[in-house]
Design a protein around this ligand. Structure first.
Ligand SMILES: Cc1ncc(COP(=O)(O)O)c(C=O)c1O
Length: 343
């Protein structure tokens, strides 16, 4: 890795408003020898971003350090956002808002029939952290956007200072957090004498945009293999390019990206976002039973399933270490008990 460029990145990052939400940084990089043996594959390592520390951790904790600092800098007292009922983002957002004394309104899309009736996993935790949760009638994303806009307008009319995170002009703040993770990972690999050429990660937009930004900036040979949790989301490549470039501009880094810089595979999604696959559930069980580590059926399980498939197809040299970046999500397990127990 290029230390001068890493130092330039750190200096630029230090100029951004940031809140200390992650209590573990750097997160550990550990071997997974029993999973490697079970797969019959290369030496596997896990980067434990599930251990960032806030409310069961995960990738969003680090992102919220920048986006909620931006919210506070803009004088916000209320956050309005939404995702799926079992959203890890919304769980970590709810914990952060509780800690910062911000009101949070979550408008959530049900994905499975059970999401309308059961309050488990992330949904339970969102409510426990005091978020005002509305479960929308269906999973229509356009309708969700309209409902979010309407709720923000209503609260603004009541005198609340509303901030909506992850808008076009702020999405790169989330990515920047993962540019730092890319550099952190490269440094840990160097310190351990590891020379991986691939990191597997569950990623749709900001996580991969950031990782690629950070790794490319420091001239790291580690390539990011993103495994997409969403089906039919072709605009993700444009999004990642735009967000990575926007992050580079914000940090004053002279680097630019095109779609060719992003390897993001949506062939492990199965029927749809949020619906488990047999391979993903098998991966969740295998990681639990070989390493005592919890992954999840929506994101990281499908990522390990992809890694395993690459091993089976002979895509990974036996002597080259491979890193799995664990982005968290284990609380969702409790919302998928029936599927997990249906072996
Ligand atoms: C556990 C987990 N992994 C990965 C992702 C993908 O993150 P991004 O949208 O930044 O690509 C998410 C998003 O919510 C997630 O919860």
């Amino acid at each position: 890795m290029n230390e001068d460029k890493a130092a330039r990145f750190a200096a630029a990052l230090a100029g951004l408003p940031r809140l200390p939400l992650a209590s573990v940084r750097p997160t550990p990089l550990e071997p997974m020898p029993r999973l490697s043996a079970q797969m019959g594959g290369p030496p596997l390592y896990i980067k434990r971003d599930d251990l960032t520390g806030m409310a069961f951790g995960g990738n969003k904790t680090r992102m919220l350090e920048f986006s909620l600092a931006d919210a506070l800098a803009k004088g916000a007292d209320t956050i309005v956002c939404g995702s799926a009922v079992q959203s890890n983002y919304c769980r970590q957002m709810a914990a952060a808002c509780a800690r910062l004394g911000l009101d949070l309104h979550l408008l959530l899309r049900p994905i499975r029939p059970i999401d309308r009736v059961e309050c488990q996993g992330n949904h339970l935790l969102q409510r426990l952290f005091g978020a005002q949760v509305t479960v929308l009638p269906d999973s229509d994303m356009d309708a969700q956007q309209e409902a979010l806009t309407a709720r923000a307008a209503e609260l603004t009319a009541q005198g609340r200072r509303v901030y909506r995170p992850r808008q076009d002009d702020t999405l790169d703040l989330d990515a920047i957090a993962y540019a730092e993770v890319g550099i952190e990972l490269a440094r840990q690999c160097r310190d351990l004498g590891l020379q991986p050429r691939r990191v597997y990660v569950s990623a749709l937009d900001t996580t991969q945009a950031g990782l690629v930004l950070g790794l490319r900036w420091i001239d790291s040979p580690i390539a990011v293999r993103g495994i997409c949790p969403f089906r039919d989301w072709p605009r993700r490549f444009d999004d990642m390019v735009r967000v990575a470039n926007q992050g580079a501009v914000r940090l004053g880094l002279d680097i630019a990206f095109t779609a060719a810089d992003f390897d993001n595979d949506d062939s492990y999604v199965g029927d749809a976002y949020g619906l488990p696959t047999a391979a993903g559930l098998a991966a969740v069980r295998a990681v639990a039973r070989t390493e005592g580590i919890l992954i999840d059926p929506v994101y990281t399980g499908k990522t390990i399933a992809a890694l395993w498939d690459d091993v089976r197809r002979g895509q990974l040299p036996a002597d080259e270490p491979v890193v799995f970046l664990h982005t968290g999500g284990a609380p969702a397990l409790f919302g998928y008990a029936a599927e997990l127990l249906s072996e």
